[in-house]
Ligand binder design. Sequence first.
Ligand code: ATP
Length: 408
Amino acid sequence: GKGLAVFTSGGDSQGMNAAVRSVVRMGIYLGCKVYFIREGYQGMVDGGDNIEEANWSSVSSIIHKGGTIIGSARCMDFMKREGRLKAASNLVTRGITNLVVIGGDGSLTGANLFRQEWSSLLDELLENNRITKDQREKYKHLHIAGMVGSIDNDFCGTDMTIGTDSALHRIIEAIDAIVSTAYSHQRTFIMEVMGRHCGYLAVVTALSSEADYVFIPESPPTVDWRDKLCYKLEQARVNIMSLYYLALVAALASEADQVFIPEDPVPNNWVEKLCKRLQQERKSGQRLNIIIVAEGAIDREGQPITAELVKKVVVDNLQQDTRITVLGHVQRGGSPSAFDRILGCRMGAEAVMALMEATPETEPCVVTLDGNQAVRLPLMDCVRRTKAVAQAMADKNWDLAVQLRGRS
Ligand code: ATP
């Protein structure tokens, strides 16, 4: 059978185990010899016990576990050709020419580079007598299929990345817990959620928890952000749609009529508006306020809008009892949701199918979700688009960033 290996790389996310399980079982079902590579690219470079043959039962009882049972790592060695040479040698000696990579855009970029270099890596290994002529010929084509594991939902070309839905569950649980204590003490809570470059978690969280405000990286308020504020949901629906299709769905599915997003093109007095809003809420009988801040929220000068800064604004102006909760890695922990388990299963099966159908000319693909269908997209196109979003944000061109990130 064909040699196929699966590995997880970069930050972990819930649902990766479901994907690994699916790859292993689909691979075995289709007659492949399937391997785990532990600790991401590091295991590929180091070889030895890190590359281990998998069997049907080695992926039993993992679908409900968070994280990734085969480990994930960042790997400096793989950034250098010498490291990739070692990795190629480890794969060829085991007859592995099909790789399923589960990771973020960095991991997928590395896989693509590896494939581009494959021929020259094998030539060099042959020259140095590290592989035989037969091996050089037999394993001359490397096939790659990727899947995106990330809680941030920060990858272009897919409706959802594996892990996002579970992270949302975790965040919502935490907010619901905080709401009950905030209610008792009439407090204002500022919650920082993950999302260095992507406000998806923040927006969906805000919509589904009736937050009063949300700050995200893609759509920062102007530098004078205290003088500007956000829209009411009713006014902002169109903007939300362009920000992200799924955010709209979340808005409609929840009682989100008190949500603000920072997309107001009309100059407003930020402090006045915020204070008015918070005061109004209290006057009308609300005993608490919730403000969501994405960890990467910035103003239009690129200065961070941190939870601390928002707290200072609220305390200085309203003297409200205000607390900050930074959820941190709790968001990445715990068991995957049903959605992420199924997503991992579907993507994994599709990735193996893509590899089995590949010809020498087939370009590396990434398996994504589009309108609830598993689709195969050219890996580098998606990576390029994802990197273009980051560039647009670095260039302070938020309209372009939002447009590029949206569904195409
Ligand atoms: P996350 O979304 O969690 O950041 P990621 O896959 O983008 O996931 P990175 O740290 O960017 O995470 O990449 C993971 C690993 O992929 C790196 O440690 C490195 O081994 C490999 N890698 C990334 N970029 C490249 C590259 N340009 N060339 C070779 N290898 C790379």
